[in-house]
Design a binder for this molecule. Structure first.
Ligand SMILES: Nc1ncnc2c1ncn2[C@@H]1O[C@H](COP(=O)(O)OP(=O)(O)OP(=O)(O)O)[C@@H](O)[C@H]1O
Length: 333
């Protein structure tokens, strides 16, 4: 059996991730695995990279946490072809699980992971960004410059998010912070390029570049984005009043915002964003720098154990008293 290593972010979902892990651990009984807990921001990346370098044979690293945790783990291992990444959603927004159609329930994920350990992983695209300051990194969900990065930044250190997480309404935090920030933010002029097409937008609120449809805890920011099509999808929101932005915002959950003339869309393999004043930039919800920024797609850049494939179908595992067992044989359909 491939070695299985869990990397758990005890701080995700305001600490609730640890409870999720404890419940899962109770299901694992005598199964063989290792578990490590991230101790600070960036530590999940360091741990993942360390195991990828140390182990030469195929290994499955399971990120347990939110979008920031899977972002870190993939940033640590994407260039190691012997590493397969799996994921258990235990964060506030969980857009990664939504966008890659993975099971939402941690218990369903863990069952699927053990059931699929020996199966081949699926390769997915990875966004690669470079900031003017010489920083580079990767994203699996999306990268945003401007208003949405400000919201991510505020959400990450907000007491409101912590409080809402406590009453299981963490996803609402992004919406409430957005409404609060709407009245403070000043739109700027932005020049974008997508595979050689250049365009200047005045009064730009945000530029979002997606690899999968969702961000911000369930907003369908790029309805057609597909992490296996070898393309990045960009939307630019520009030239509109605060009131109209609010109106458009409510259509984002249904993915209908692209019908507005103030929302421009582009696709490409190479992109850039330059702005009249430097804009805050996030990658998968983590602040990574400021514009100007260049981006490109790395087709099939990392390996995912796609637990979505069996979650709704058969499970090759045996369960007894909610414990997973690999020892008894079950019939496959
Ligand atoms: N031990 C730790 N203490 C504090 N922060 C940590 C620790 N380990 C990891 N982190 C940081 O916690 C942050 C939040 O993690 P993560 O994004 O996974 O959860 P979330 O914010 O609850 O979920 P989502 O991003 O899906 O909304 C990340 O920036 C990560 O680097």
């Amino acid at each position: 059996m491939k070695p299985l290593i869990f990397i758990v972010n005890p701080a995700a979902k305001n600490g609730a991730c640890l409870k999720v892990w404890e419940k899962m651990e109770a299901m694992l009984g005598g199964l063989q695995y290792d578990v490590y807990f991230s101790k600070y921001r960036g530590h999940a990346k360091e741990l993942a990279e360390k195991f990828a370098k140390k182990l030469a044979e195929p290994v499955v690293l399971v990120a347990v946490g939110g979008d920031g945790t899977i972002h870190e783990v993939i940033n640590g291992v994407h260039h190691f072809s012997h590493v397969t990444v799996a994921y258990i959603p235990a964060g506030s927004g969980n857009d990664f699980a939504r966008g890659y159609r993975l099971p939402k329930k941690p218990q369903a994920c863990i069952r699927a992971i053990f059931g699929m350990l020996e199966e081949s992983p699926s390769a997915y695209d990875l966004g690669h960004f470079f900031t003017a300051g010489g920083k580079e990194g990767y994203f699996v969900n999306s990268l945003g410059a401007g208003f949405d990065a400000v919201i991510s930044e505020r959400a990450n250190r907000s007491k409101l998010k912590k409080w809402l997480n406590r009453v299981l309404l963490g996803k609402l935090a992004y919406v409430l912070i957005l409404v609060l920030e709407l009245f403070k933010y000043r739109p700027v002029t932005v020049e974008i390029a997508a595979d050689g097409v250049k365009k200047v937008f005045r009064r730009t609120w945000l530029v979002a570049v997606s690899n999968q449809p969702y961000y911000g805890g369930g907003m369908k920011i790029s309805p057609v984005a597909d992490p296996s099509d070898g393309m990045l999808n960009m939307i630019v929101v520009h030239d509109l009043s605060r009131l109209k932005l609010l109106l458009i915002f409510f259509t984002v959950f249904l993915g209908k915002h692209e019908y507005f003339k103030e929302v421009s869309t582009f696709t490409g393999t190479k992109m850039s964003v330059i702005s009249s004043t430097p804009l805050l930039v996030h990658a998968d919800g983590e602040i990574v720098g400021r514009t100007p920024i260049e981006l490109k797609i790395c087709p099939e850049g990392w390996n995912l154990l796609n637990t979505g494939r069996i979650a709704s179908g058969f499970s090759p595992l045996f369960y007894e008293n909610d414990k997973i067992s690999l020892t008894k044989k079950v019939k496959k359909r």
